[in-house]
Design a protein around this ligand. Structure first.
Ligand SMILES: *Cc1c(COP(=O)(O)O)cnc(C)c1O
Length: 337
């Protein structure tokens, strides 16, 4: 048996999703004529209480376009040091937007207004102009930790007070909503931009949607074009996204339950020194032996995972990890010494 716990990006389209893709009505989306793309953008914007949406090939592109829309060259944005926009987008903040990044060091990547406020630069010719705060929900590097809307409210109020834009990297926002019980519709009032990934836990093959107001999305379409992200008959991909929203959101709680089972078992094992408390679909744990050695032993049993540090391993659960595979993985973990 193979159990692939490397990432929730590895999921393959289900037969139902493929059927929906094949049946999609398409047109040229650069002309705004792909009705399935338009339907996906409207559906997601509506869900989150935002005016408009724009489909992109990746979450990296939606985030980078949002940063471009919300800043000017010589500005500075504030984010946690674990932030995907900073660590895993190839230095795009500097390359695309000529903006510097002020990094905070928050527990599990969860920022508070109190942490952000002292980092906002005063008006002074020496300082870059602070113009944007980026939150991530859930926090990937934080092990799937999440913000509630109650956590976000004071941050949004602080941003408003200081005229800062607030962007959400919501690559796993539906995992956060599943965990917190917050309503998606309430998100729109707090954020200027929201990135939603369809190709993570939702199981679509490709796609991420940027949500914002009409004027921002109008400008964002120019930026997407200049980056080469204007797609033509993208409705085939959008259909997978619509299918995912209709069929794969409810089931995220299964992934979370699987993560809890794995973490629970791991915490009782002699070769594991620490398990980070699970909040959503990511399990981080530390090992006595170097992670590389443990990963090789797991690989022999057909269990694939990644390390995130010398002694730290990450498991990510997703829709292609079924209950029997979790059971098998647990048996293998127990047998390891
Ligand atoms: C995966 C991910 C993204 C987007 O990644 P792409 O591979 O470019 O789609 C953005 N933010 C976070 C937190 C992610 O985990």
């Amino acid at each position: 048996m193979t159990v692939d716990l490397r990432s929730d990006t590895i999921t393959k389209p289900t037969p139902g999703m493929l059927e929906a893709m094949m049946a999609a009505k398409v047109g040229d989306d650069v002309f705004g004529e792909d009705e399935t793309v338009n339907a996906l953008e409207e559906k997601l914007a509506g869900l989150f209480g935002m005016e408009a949406g724009m489909l992109c090939p990746s979450g990296t592109m939606t985030n980078q376009i949002a940063i471009k829309c919300f800043t000017q060259p010589l500005d500075e944005l504030i984010a946690d040091q674990t932030a995907h926009v900073y660590r895993y987008e190839g230095g795009g903040i500097a390359f695309n937007s000529a903006v510097s990044t002020r990094l905070l060091n928050a527990p599990r990547g969860i920022l508070t207004a109190g942490m952000i406020e002292p980092e906002i630069n005063a008006e002074n010719i020496h300082y870059p102009h602070t113009s944007l705060v980026v939150l991530e929900n859930t926090v990937n590097k934080g092990g799937g930790s999440c913000y509630t809307l109650k956590d976000i409210e004071p941050i949004a109020a602080l941003c408003k007070q200081h005229k800062l834009k607030l962007h959400l990297d919501g690559a796993r926002i539906f995992n956060a909503l599943t965990q917190t019980g917050d309503s998606a519709a309430s998100y729109g009032q707090y954020f200027d931009g929201i990135s939603v990934c369809l190709s993570k836990g939702l199981g679509a093959p490709v796609g991420s949607v940027l949500l914002a107001d009409q004027a921002t999305i109008k400008y964002a379409r120019r930026i997407r074009k200049v980056l080469g992200g204007g797609m033509r008959q993208a409705g085939f991909l959008a259909a997978a996204g619509i299918y995912a929203l209709d069929h794969h959101v409810e089931r995220l709680k299964i992934d979370h339950a699987h993560a809890h089972i794995l973490a629970g078992e791991l915490s009782g094992l002699s070769w594991v020194t620490h398990v980070v408390p699970v909040e959503t679909n990511i399990v981080l744990f530390d090992t006595v032996e170097p992670a590389e050695i443990v990963l090789a032993k797991l690989e022999e049993k057909g269990i694939k995972a990644n390390s995130t540090d010398k002694h730290r391993i990450r498991f990510v659960t997703h829709l292609d990890v079924h209950a029997d595979q979790v059971e098998y993985a647990v048996a293998c973990l127990k047998a390891l010494s």
